[in-house]
Design a protein around this ligand. Sequence first.
Ligand SMILES: [Fe+2]
Length: 292
Amino acid sequence: MPVAEPLTRTQPPVAVLTRQDPRAPAARLLEHGSVLLLPDRDFDTSAFAGALFADVAADGAKTVSYDPTTGELKGAAASEATRARLTAAVATYARWAEALVGELLPGYAASLQLRRTSWRPRSADHNLSKRKDDRRLHVDAFPANPVQGRRILRVFRNVNPDGESRDWRLGEPFADLAGRFLPTAQPLAPAAGALLQRLGITKGRRTAYDQLMLQLHDQAKDSDAYQASAPHWDVSFPPGATWLVFTDAVVHAALGGRYAFEQTFYLPIEAMEDQAASPLRTLERLTGRALV
Ligand SMILES: [Fe+2]
């Protein structure tokens, strides 16, 4: 049943793209599992420094989250004035990230769906359950927000003012992770997708695809053996670095670092250059059935 696809990886899947490099390969690199590192892009935070580098996260909040479509900011416990400046900063980043993706990935532009923006002022929390602990290798899957096969594209930028890097761990190719955990993945119970939606537990219908992606996420994070022994490479993103990644397919962990922005987009797989490289098509090949 498993398809013999990607060869075992021998180096971290990071591709560097400077301003001088042609942008044409960007989509192909991302779609085939690379983190696309842009070392020389400018994003000026000086106008917002007072709000960004104060202690703005609400108690317990891992991130401050912003909805670019409504202008609503969540997770910040700060004065009204600081919140307003923080909202302006995050909104500015959202527009910057959108313009960047439009420039680098023009083939996606017509289909790309702008989702939440986040501000990550804190280092990883050490007191979380395994499943909430993003220091453990995983692929992204959202329990309350089914993507129904769409890709999750995220644009990160480290704006740390103290020279601290943002440290990630990158893992094996998606098909290897899937081949490892699919045999023990619990399928979606009949009618569960409709029920979860009716009860308001999910926004939209959880599909068989969403269920399998959640299972891959949970099983990878739950497994101490996987975390200890799976192939991985540690990479550091210095202040000023920008990186793009399909976090639904690139196995990753955020080990540490403070003060980063992140913008999320969803992308229907029909807009990909090679939709066969999507997690949806990969899981459909491995399971032999349609999943959305
Ligand atoms: Fe993640």
